[in-house]
Design a protein around this ligand. Structure first.
Ligand code: HGY
Ligand code: MN
Ligand code: MN
Length: 416
C-alpha cells in the first residue's frame, strides 16, 4: 500500500462522508433511523471501507457495525474508537459519521506507514444513538456494552412496533439482550471523535479540542388528554383543549430553563389528535428533552416540570402523563486518556481547550465498560442536526493528525 499523506487521507475522508450522507431514507435529505433499509445500506458501505483498511468486519445482533484490526499478540488489549451511523431527520453529514469514518482513515494512514501497535483497535459504527424512532437514544451502544434492558425492548415507535420486535425480526425471529462485547479488563479505553456542535472552537480559532465531560440527559413522552369537539360550535368556556394545555406546558418548560442556566429544556415533537383544523384536539403528545451538567439540577427540573404539567392539566380539566423514556447521568471523561489526547492536540494546535459537552454521545454508555475520551472538531457556526453542518478539509486533516499521533503515543505508553 503506497504511503498515505494526511492530505490524501483527508480528501478521501471528505469524499466518503459525502457518499455516506447520500445513504438515506428521505429523498433529498440525510436521514437514517434504527433498523431502516438505509441503516443496513450504510453498514454495507462503511463495512466495505473497513475491509479495505484491513479490518475484519461484523454486525452484532443490535445492528452495530464492528471493524477490528488483528490482535498483535495473545492477550493484547483493545482500543475502541467509534460513534453512531444513525442520524436525526434531515441531518448533516458529520454528526456521528465523522467518528466512524475518521478512525478508518487514520488506520489506513497507519497501515501505509507500516506502523504497528501493541494493541488491537476496534472501530464501532453504533446502530442507534439519536433516539429518533423510539424517543430513546443509545440503543446501539447499550446493546454493545450489555446494558440493553427490558424497558428498552418495550419502547414502541409511532406505528406501535417495539424495539424487541424490530430486533427479533433482524435476528431471525428471536432476540435476547446480549452481554457486553468485551470484559472491561480487555479494554484500554474508547476514543470518540465528534463535531463540537457548538461555537467555542471556532471562536477560539482552534481546529480541535478535548472534552471534559458530557451533560446528563432525560427524555420523556408527555400526553395531555382533553375532549375533541367541533371548532365552530363549542364555546370556549366548555372546551378541554389538549393542544392548548400542551402549548402552555411548552412555554413553562422554556421559562424554567431560561430561569436556571445552564439547564436546557426542549419540546421537539408535538402530535395533536385527531389533528384537523376544525377539531379541538382531544389529545396532544409531546417529547421533552432536559439536560444539565449536574445531575441534581436536571432531576430537580424534571420534578418541577412534572408538577407544572399536572397543574396545567388540573386548571384546564385535562389528564396529564409523563413517561421517562431515557435517563442518563452526567459522565466525566477519563483524565488519563484525555491528558494523552490533549498532548496530541497541543502537538498540532500549539494549545488545547477542554469543553463540556451539552450534546449526548455514545461515550456516555461506553463509559460503563471503559474509560472514555472525546476529541471535538470545529464545525462552521457550531451548526449541527442540520444539513448546513460543515467541517473544513484542513480541520479533517488536523483531526487525522491528532488521532494518528494519539495512537502512537498510546502505543509507546502501552509498551512501557
Ligand atoms: O441529542 C444529542 O445530544 C445527540 O445529538 N444525540
Ligand atoms: Mn446528534
Ligand atoms: Mn452525535
Amino acid at each position: 500500500m503506497p504511503r498515505q499523506s494526511l492530505t490524501q487521507a483527508a480528501t478521501r475522508l471528505s469524499r466518503r462522508l459525502g457518499q455516506l450522507a447520500r445513504v438515506s431514507e428521505d429523498r433529498g435529505a440525510t436521514t437514517r433511523t434504527f433498523m431502516s433499509p438505509a441503516m443496513h445500506r450504510a453498514n454495507a458501505l462503511v463495512g466495505g471501507w473497513m475491509r479495505g483498511a484491513g479490518l475484519s468486519v461484523r454486525v452484532d445482533p443490535t445492528g452495530n457495525l464492528i471493524g477490528r484490526t488483528g490482535a498483535p499478540a495473545k492477550g493484547a488489549k483493545t482500543l475502541l474508537m467509534g460513534s453512531h451511523l444513525d442520524t436525526v431527520r434531515d441531518a448533516g453529514r458529520f454528526d456521528g459519521a465523522l467518528g466512524v469514518l475518521l478512525p478508518i482513515a487514520a488506520l489506513e494512514v497507519v497501515r501505509s506507514r507500516g506502523l504497528t501497535f501493541p494493541f488491537a483497535v476496534e472501530v464501532l459504527g453504533f446502530s442507534e444513538e439519536e433516539g429518533v424512532r423510539f424517543s430513546s437514544g443509545y440503543l446501539g451502544s447499550k446493546g454493545y456494552v450489555g446494558r440493553l434492558g427490558k424497558s428498552d425492548l418495550r419502547l414502541r415507535d409511532c406505528w406501535g412496533i417495539s424495539v424487541g420486535e424490530v430486533l427479533a425480526k433482524n435476528n431471525g425471529g428471536r432476540f435476547s439482550p446480549p452481554g457486553p462485547a468485551h470484559a472491561a479488563t480487555e479494554l484500554i479505553g474508547y476514543l470518540e471523535v465528534h463535531i463540537e456542535q457548538g461555537p467555542v472552537l471556532e471562536a477560539r480559532g482552534l481546529a480541535a479540542g478535548v472534552v471534559s465531560g458530557i451533560a446528563g440527559q432525560t427524555r420523556a413522552r408527555i400526553e395531555f388528554g382533553g375532549k375533541a369537539g367541533h371548532a365552530g360550535t363549542t364555546p370556549m368556556p366548555l372546551r378541554k383543549d389538549a393542544l392548548a394545555g400542551a402549548a402552555e406546558f411548552i412555554l413553562a418548560a422554556e421559562a424554567a430553563a431560561r430561569a436556571r442556566p445552564p439547564l436546557v429544556a426542549t419540546v421537539g415533537q408535538v402530535l395533536a389528535r385527531p389533528g384537523a383544523a376544525n377539531v379541538i384536539a382531544g389529545a396532544a403528545e409531546l417529547t421533552l428533552d432536559v439536560r444539565h451538567p449536574v445531575d441534581a439540577g436536571r432531576r430537580a427540573a424534571c420534578t418541577d416540570l412534572r408538577k407544572a404539567g399536572r397543574g396545567i392539566a388540573k386548571r384546564r380539566g385535562l389528564t396529564f402523563c409523563m413517561e421517562v423514556t431515557q435517563d442518563n447521568g452526567a459522565v466525566p471523561c477519563s483524565g488519563e486518556l484525555t491528558a494523552l489526547l490533549a498532548r496530541s492536540v497541543r502537538g498540532r494546535e500549539g494549545r488545547c481547550v477542554a469543553l463540556a459537552s451539552g450534546a449526548g454521545h455514545d461515550a456516555v454508555i461506553v463509559s460503563s465498560l471503559a474509560p472514555v475520551a472525546m476529541l471535538f472538531v470545529r464545525c462552521r457556526g457550531g451548526i449541527s442536526h442540520h444539513p448546513g453542518e460543515f467541517v473544513a478539509r484542513r480541520d479533517l486533516e488536523a483531526a487525522l493528525w491528532i488521532v494518528v499521533d494519539f495512537l502512537s503515543r498510546l502505543a509507546s505508553r502501552q509498551s512501557e
